[in-house]
Design a protein around this ligand. Structure first.
Ligand SMILES: NC(=O)c1ccc[n+]([C@@H]2O[C@H](COP(=O)([O-])OP(=O)(O)OC[C@H]3O[C@@H](n4cnc5c(N)ncnc54)[C@H](OP(=O)(O)O)[C@@H]3O)[C@@H](O)[C@H]2O)c1
Length: 360
């Protein structure tokens, strides 16, 4: 099959002779319909050090060709599914998404409803997986309710009573998903983005949007808007002034009551020791260990167990048409052949409010 593969640091190439992955227990083999790019793809390419070529990519949708043993959902060949791949996983050359066929871990996949296009389906996996892990496992928010939709009067109650959460970087692809999930959890959602994206983030579910370019005033404005009561911040950028703005926004009342989670390792850089802070990697949802460079770290079975439950919940939310994917799609041409050019575009920082998507 044709696939986008890595063969050394910053070396990607189109390989028309890539072996089709062999299906294995717990996995589905899919014929790929669409893929989306993520910053993690090129960041990990920069430090790729395996001796054999590995297929790249994490975000994918396609049709089931074969079901491995021990899949706990009733998938059948022909079903349209979306799922997460562990692209460039050390020692697993066929784990990536960017091929004509791909392997999906059954627990980290979902059926795609009719109303969702192939292009939209490619934007599900990384956002749902990271949003679930960060909001519910790291920050400890309540899971979204499944029945009914949020009526205007309920929404008024939410504004009055639900916990406030700051989604820093509401116009990042991860932020666009996270703020929708937080809203479905009944939170009052505050976010930061460029003013050109205020309307978009509000249409997706944010109650209030703040311009992060005002590094001095942004955090203080959020603290004032929440009457110094903000307990939760999810930082989807974890760069520039994001740590400072989140730190300024979180409540000053009491030690150990506020929580901050980032999408990248922040180490000791977070400015406040009275805030519980850390980061979370979506790759740990595989329960097989995570890595940036070198060998895989320790596996976390509890992350996989949580992710398996959350993916089922997210599948229901999607089937109920309560997650919007359309605004996330920046469609590009040329299928897999277009992917290398897409990375140049993504690295340039010119992609705002969405993901580059390729339909095969
Ligand atoms: N830990 C994980 O599992 C995980 C999962 C996914 C992503 N990530 C990481 O999370 C980060 C975001 O990824 P992504 O794909 O969501 O990003 P993205 O969609 O590529 O982000 C682009 C957006 O970032 C916003 N932005 C840039 N600098 C900002 C700043 N200083 N403050 C606020 N917003 C800023 C811009 O918003 P405006 O246009 O509004 O200015 C821009 O639209 C990356 O570092 C990625 O590697 C981690």
């Amino acid at each position: 099959m044709l696939a986008v593969r890595a063969r050394g640091p910053n070396q990607l190439y189109l390989d028309p002779m890539t072996p089709v992955p062999a299906v294995r227990p717990g996995y589905l083999l899919i014929r790929v319909l669409s893929v989306a790019l993520n910053p993690s793809d090129y960041k990990r390419l920069a430090v790729f050090g395996e001796s054999t070529p590995h297929t790249m990519g994490c975000d994918v949708a396609g049709r089931v060709v074969l079901c491995g043993e021990d899949i706990d959902q009733d998938y059948a060949p022909g079903d349209r599914v979306a799922g997460l791949c562990y692209g460039m996983k050390p020692g697993d050359a066929s784990s990536g998404a960017f091929g004509q066929y791909a392997l999906l871990k059954g627990a980290l996949s979902m059926r795609v409803p009719e109303h969702v296009s192939d292009a939209e389906a490619a934007t599900i996996a990384v956002g749902v997986n990271f949003g679930g892990q960060a909001l519910y496992r790291s920050l400890g928010l309540s899971l979204p309710r499944l029945s009914g939709s949020v009526s205007d009067s309920e929404d008024f109650q939410t504004r009055q009573r639900g916990p406030s959460v700051l989604i820093y970087g509401g116009a990042t692809a991860t932020g666009m998903m996270a703020l929708q999930l937080a809203r479905l959890s009944g939170c009052r959602v505050l976010t930061t983005c460029s003013p050109r994206n205020f309307q978009l983030v509000k249409a997706l579910g944010a109650h209030e949007a703040f311009d992060y370019h005002d590094a001095e005033g942004c955090g203080a404005a959020i603290r004032a808007a929440t009457s110094d009561g903000l307990l939760y911040a999810l930082d989807c950028v974890a760069a520039g002034n994001s740590l400072r703005i989140c730190s300024d926004a979180l409540t000053s009342r009491g030690s150990g009551v506020a929580r901050y989670t980032a999408s990248l390792p922040v180490g000791d850089a977070f400015p406040r020791h009275d805030v519980i802070h850390g980061w979370t990697s979506g790759y740990s949802a595989f329960g097989e260990g995570t890595h940036l460079a070198g060998a895989l770290g320790e596996a976390n079975a509890a992350d996989l167990e949580f992710a398996a439950r959350f993916w089922k919940l997210a599948a229901t939310l999607l089937a109920q048409d309560r997650i919007r994917l359309g605004p996330l799609v920046h469609l590009r041409r040329a299928g897999l052949q277009g992917v290398p050019g897409g990375f140049s575009e993504l690295k340039s920082g010119s992609v705002s409010a969405g993901k580059l998507v390729y339909v095969l």
